[in-house]
Design a protein around this ligand. Structure first.
Ligand SMILES: [Zn+2]
Length: 183
């Protein structure tokens, strides 16, 4: 189900059974805001990974090369916006399945209310849930098991599609195997 054909590939973590296992606040991120994608080395993806316009230079480029072929999660609303107009953490790169949960917490803290592209209806729902008592806590472990059901797994370099794992864990090999555009 998770084919990867370059930069256009994206997927959603959420599925219907999440509602029973995931805190409703977190579900907004999983269901309504995040899209998962394979990090490429093309300019399109490179700009998606940047939160600010002013941190140009080699740093973000080399950072992305390190992540190439692994899975990141980005805000689907501002991914096409100019880098300078995106709020912090418009994309996150958890190093393992266990860290997706933490990335989601940081994304909520730094991005949701700051992003000018997320529709007001989503922000209102988010704020309402944040302020309401009695929201169930959800299960952290479910973030891992549900990601595995989506076909994701850990590698030495980060999260990858399990189907990529058979060809090796080197990012270069993974990228080659998934037809990512390379120069
Ligand atoms: Zn955004």
């Amino acid at each position: 189900m998770c084919g990867h054909n370059g930069d256009e590939t994206s997927f959603v973590l959420h599925d219907a059974t999440d509602e029973d296992h995931i805190n409703a606040i977190h579900n907004i991120v999983r269901r309504d805001v995040w899209e998962g994608f394979v990090v490429g080395t093309t300019a399109t993806t490179a700009s998606s990974a940047r939160g600010r316009a002013d941190d140009t230079g080699g740093r973000s480029t080399s950072r992305l090369e390190r992540y190439a072929g692994t899975i990141g999660f980005r805000c689907r609303f501002c991914k096409g916006a100019p880098p300078g107009e995106r709020a912090e953490k418009s994309a996150v790169y958890p190093r393992s399945l266990e860290r997706i949960y933490l990335s989601n917490i940081r994304f909520q803290r730094d991005h949701i209310m700051q992003c000018n592209y997320i529709p007001p209806s989503i922000k209102e729902e988010y704020t309402r849930l944040k302020n309401s008592k009695g929201v169930t806590r959800g299960k952290k472990k479910y973030w891992v098991t549900s990601a595995m059901r989506r076909g994701l797994c850990n590698s030495d370099d980060g999260i990858i599609f399990a189907s990529s794992a058979v060809v090796g864990s080197s990012p270069a090999v993974v990228v080659a195997a998934t037809d990512e555009k390379r120069e």
